[in-house]
Design a protein around this ligand. Sequence first.
Ligand code: HEM
Length: 323
Amino acid sequence: MNRAIKWLSFIVISLFVSTAAMADEASLQPQQWQPIQVEAIAGNIPELRGMPINPQLQLPASIPEDANETVLGYLGATDTIAFLVYASLFAVIALFIIFIIVNGISRLDDGYSGKLIKRWSGLSISVHWLGAIACMLLILTGLVLAGGRLYLEPSMNQSSWASLVGLSSGLHELMAFPFILGYILMILMWAPKQIPASYDLKWFAVLGGYLNTGKKHHPDAGFANAGEKLWFWVFALFGGLMVISGLTMMFPETFVVTKNTANTMLLVHIVSTIIITAFSVVHIFMATVMSEGGMSNMTSGYCDENWAKQHHNLWLKELKQQA
Ligand code: HEM
């Protein structure tokens, strides 16, 4: 019994000490989303003061590594970065709404047939939502980190702003892991279905037949159409850059990251975020609103035969040949 109490006290005290040490360390971390004033000091122990309202990083007079001026210049344009990150979400949503009002959605020419065809397995659906939900939370929390200081803080009091930033940065780091798992599985499982084909160019030429010009176009498409393939490969490339840059910033000691590399990784992270966010908005609109009958694919795993005929004719033909 005595032994158990000793162990319990040891665990509680260790937890307490390590939490206190982490909290202390956290208050010394320069935040990537805040401009930091670097001041030369006489001693040679870096010291960070004035967090979080007016952060100042005091460094020895000779900084061991020269900062890359170009990268610093881009990162210094914090207002432009904030604007582009917010525009990649809100401006793309606004443009898509205008497009739908002017053009309308793509309806099934012959309505629903009632005949269902298996399109995605249960595993694919789970992997999709694992990556997608994490991605959406990363985008939302990323908005706070990238531009909250400019767009949110002025209308908030100091303590709500501090809580929002704390919550967002914690959730952002936490969501990175389900996102990475979803990302790796989606790429490995789905890449074979997303290989470009010659008929994809024709699909782009008529914008997949989504423009309601009066004349109906239903360009050839296999399991994935050209638009979906474009999204998949953009996601593979920029999602991958997002993961690599995010991990190097999250574990600088493991990856032996210098401040210069961290700055470059932050820039790569921001550019990838802007591209992934804009494409995600288009993807979500296409799945939920634009293509009648498309949403059930990722909920039940089945699509209507008329939807397959209209949007993925070559895949349907192949399925019928196999049957
Ligand atoms: C509310 C949010 C979302 C909805 C409603 C949604 C819906 C869908 C649907 C219905 C499909 C199947 C399309 C088909 O069968 O042809 C799909 C596929 C896919 N989704 Fe999502 N999705 C969402 C968010 C995301 C996010 C955030 C990501 C990125 C992590 C993502 C990545 C993908 C990929 C890579 C595919 C396969 C390529 C394709 O078919 O377009 N989705 N999604």
